[in-house]
Ligand binder design. Structure first.
Ligand code: PLP
Length: 404
């Protein structure tokens, strides 16, 4: 058999469109919360593929679901339905507020569907000009033109003008500011229960409750973007459950497939019929392969053992990080829920989050940033305590470099 083509990190610069600047090593294999690169160097994985690899790498539950479905049926197109997608829809609707599901392949697509649904509901309402969307500063909703426009980080949208209009942004967690822009012309409010990319900033409960009340008052859809917070990440199946505030639409992706691309938009019987035959669609959405893997991952995560385990690991992480911080004094605040944790750098280390993750990589630890001043961890929901210990030991060596 022919050898595979040999490739190195520098080939990224040769052949890849330069939208990313990946680390200077190439992971080739993973098991649980450990990864190995081309040189067989081992890394502890506190990044989890950006809140995606909820069961770590090569978990038998996901692998077996994939292999079993791979030998049966991968794709049929949406002229036919399939068994795995119907089973997954049953799981999602039984376990959440939702009655109906639209499947797609990513978080951005799930939000795109949610925003388009809101515009359609607004149109069908008969209220003239009911197309306004209210979103929040610093939010992240994906990279399609509509979702970067809804996102609250102009650096991701401004180069692509003209942008879809009718979207207003106000400060996150500022209910008065939201009140000032939500009116009869608003068709949707889109919000992350915890801003992930924006710096791991949890919403205040009164803020979400207030948005719910305003949406009810003005007939707007409340959309919760749970692409990052969903599927057990916060220790509940979905973060809205922690807040006791129920949205009209919820988007989920990332951890849903445990690493296999899949996304979904969940909604109720009140709004789903507005997406009538032909109004929206996707080629791959709801394909049997993705649905089978997601069904297995979802079933595994949605148990008291796994969800309680996330809460337990949260505390375990926090204790370890606080101990580290007592020694090095680099973080002002350590925040988040479950295994979505953000460490906010002290002012004197502002802008150094990326350096810390680079040094962590040298020490054999994968970690993330959430903006220039926040180091973020979104590991596997079932990461073993000994891997947390080892990862923290490696983080300690990276922080030592910063502190000196
Ligand atoms: C990652 C993310 C998205 C985008 O998901 P993609 O799968 O990258 O399209 C949207 N919203 C939130 C909150 C996210 O964290």
């Amino acid at each position: 058999m022919e050898q595979p083509i040999s490739v190195t990190r520098s080939n990224f610069n040769d052949w890849m469109v330069p939208v990313f600047a990946p680390a200077n090593f190439i992971p080739v294999r993973g098991e649980g919360s450990r990864i190995w690169d081309q040189e067989n160097k081992e890394y502890i994985d506190f990044a989890g593929g950006i809140a995606v690899n909820a069961l770590g790498h090569a978990h038998p539950v996901a692998v077996n679901a994939l292999i079993e479905q791979a030998t049966k049926l991968w794709h049929v197109g949406n002229g036919y339905t399939n068994e795995p997608v119907l089973r997954l829809a049953k799981q999602l609707t039984e376990q959440t507020f939702a009655d109906k599901v639209f499947f797609c392949n990513s978080g951005a697509e799930a939000n795109e569907a949610a925003l388009k649904l809101a515009r359609k509901v607004g149109l069908d309402s008969g209220v003239a000009g009911k197309s306004g969307i209210v979103a929040f500063n610093n939010a992240f909703h994906g990279r399609t033109l509509f979702t970067v426009s809804a996102g609250g980080q102009p650096k991701y949208s401004q180069d692509f003008a003209p942008l879809p209009n009718g979207i207003s942004h106000v400060a996150y967690n500022d209910l008065e500011a939201a009140k000032a822009v939500i009116n009869e012309q608003t068709c949707a409010v889109i919000v992350e229960p915890i801003q992930g990319e924006g710096g791991v900033i949890p919403a205040d409960i009164e803020f979400l409750k207030g948005l719910r009340a305003l949406c009810d008052e003005f007939g707007a859809l409340l959309i919760f973007d749970e692409v990052q917070t969903g599927v057990g990440r916060t220790g509940s199946l979905y973060a809205y459950m922690n807040y006791g505030v129920t949205p009209d639409v919820l988007t989920t992706a990332k951890a849903l497939g445990g690493g296999f691309p899949v996304g979904a938009m969940l909604t109720t019987d009140k709004f789903a019929p507005h997406f009538s035959v032909g109004t929206h669609g996707t080629t791959y959405g709801g394909n049997p392969l993705a649905s089978a893997v997601a069904g297995a991952v979802f079933e595994f995560i949605n148990t008291p053992e796994v969800l309680e385990g996330v809460k337990h690991r949260h505390q375990y992480f926090l204790d370890a990080l606080n101990t580290l911080n007592a020694e090095y004094q680099v973080f002002d605040e350590i925040r988040g829920q479950g295994l979505l944790i953000g460490c906010v750098l002290k002012a004197e280390y502002a802008g150094k989050a990326k350096d810390i993750t680079t040094w962590a990589g040298e020490q054999g630890l994968l970690a993330l940033i959430a903006g220039p001043n926040v180091v973020r961890f979104t590991p596997s929901l079932i990461i073993p305590e000994q891997d947390i210990d080892e990862g923290i030991a490696r983080l300690k060596r990276a922080l030592a470099k910063l502190a000196k």
